[in-house]
Design a protein around this ligand. Structure first.
Ligand SMILES: *Cc1c(COP(=O)(O)O)cnc(C)c1O
Length: 389
């Protein structure tokens, strides 16, 4: 394990605290608190919020985000992998944690040891896992139904009956939840979603007939919890919008609360020069100055997850409150920008976030890269330190 240092109120993983480079990510933890409070206003007070912190908290830092989320009213934590759950437990996080992916049956005792809830949907899995489990304490499981996502989950009533009967009979398991995942909640048009919900309602009904009361019944991701609040069961799984990002730019107008982005990305000019007309910049000499120009060098590149495609589709950054174009190809560790005028070395460059009244949002970057908001913070890798404030 890594060592941990206390920074402000929050524990920061030291391997990220790179003290020498001039490129960093600010994570505004108050924004995360504000987004959780905002989504809670749309739901009945009894609806639990599961803060989804898979992929290291969508690149924001799972441990810090989980702590903040719990302080702000989330009662569950969602992760994709068993190791992500173990990381949180080792960091002292005590809240219920659900692993949303499938774990290997031979690893079930790890979940049992760390008191982690897991997702089940295959009867062979139950038989095998049961052979590895200790008699006590019962392993907490949520049954996953595939109602149209086509990823994981059982897909017919017979499987549900088989699995729920096995769960009821085997004292090594305790079924405390049932859930499904929506495929189209971030899109216009709700026909597909309605069909998924109908299928889910039927599964829930049938499961209750076998096992009795099921404490945790859930299907909403961020998009559903913001766009279709009110008809949820008793838990939402809140991921992307906890970080202040919209699930889809196309349906952003449909979101009834204001979200505050938590992540911003900054660097500093390491070199500034005036170049003559026709001077070429970067690999392939693809950019040529058309007149005398001021060119700045910024120490970030695709080795940080700042992908080369950021130089295409009019990619810009903010310097002294002005938009400046990225010029030439992005290198592994550095890139160049065109400045409106000479700027001192060390001048702050904002790649994502605000300077003055100008902003470059993750939504803008995601459109530049022809992708979704989710991919941007997840792609910025651990070479960039995360600073929490
Ligand atoms: C990632 C994930 C979520 C969270 O989705 P967002 O769109 O980020 O809110 C919820 N449920 C499951 C099963 C997931 O895998």
């Amino acid at each position: 394990m890594n060592s941990w240092v206390k920074q402000g109120e929050f524990i920061v993983d030291t391997y990220r605290v790179n003290q020498y480079r001039d490129t960093w990510i600010d994570v505004d933890v108050k924004a995360i608190a504000s987004n959780i409070k905002a989504v809670k206003t749309l739901h009945h007070p009894d609806v639990n919020v599961m803060a989804v912190v898979k992929a290291d908290g969508y690149g924001h830092g799972a441990v810090t985000v989980a702590r903040m989320a719990i302080e702000s009213g989330a009662t569950w934590i969602g992760v994709a992998l068993l190791e992500e759950a173990v990381e949180l437990r080792e960091a002292g996080i005590d809240a219920p944690i659900l692993v949303l992916g499938r774990i290997n049956p031979q690893d079930a005792p790890v979940a049992q040891h760390y008191r982690v809830s897991i997702t089940v949907f295959q009867s062979e899995w139950l038989v095998e896992a049961s052979s590895y489990l200790d008699p006590e304490p019962p392993l907490d499981v949520h049954l996953k139904c595939d109602t149209g996502m086509g990823r994981i989950g059982l897909t017919d009533e017979q499987s549900l009956l088989d699995i729920t009967k096995m769960l009821k009979a085997d004292k090594k398991f305790e079924m405390t939840g049932i859930y499904t995942h929506l495929a189209t909640a971030d899109e216009w048009g709700s026909d597909y979603l309605t069909e998924q919900l109908k299928a889910f309602q039927a599964y829930v009904q049938l499961a209750k007939e076998t096992v009795g009361n099921i404490p945790h019944i859930h299907y909403s991701n961020s998009a559903a919890s913001l766009r279709y609040p009110g008809n949820d069961y008793n838990m939402i799984r809140f991921g992307i919008s906890m970080y202040g990002l919209v699930p889809a730019v196309e349906t952003a107008t449909d979101i009834p609360v204001s979200l505050k982005p938590a992540m911003s990305l900054h660097s500093r000019l390491t070199h500034v020069k005036k170049v003559q007309p026709e001077t070429s910049i970067s690999y392939g000499a693809t950019y040529q100055a058309s007149e005398e120009e001021w060119i700045g060098t910024v120490p970030i590149g695709y080795g940080d997850g700042w992908l080369r495609a950021n130089a295409t589709n009019g990619g810009e950054v903010l310097v002294e409150g002005e938009r400046c174009p990225i010029v030439g190809r992005i290198c592994m560790d550095q890139m160049m920008i065109r400045l409106p005028a000479e700027a001192p070395l060390g001048t702050k460059v904002t790649l994502i976030g605000k300077q003055g009244n100008k902003e470059i949002s993750i939504e803008e970057v995601s459109e530049r890269l022809s992708t979704i908001t989710y991919e941007i913070p997840c792609t910025l890798n651990s070479r960039i330190p995360r600073i929490y404030q």
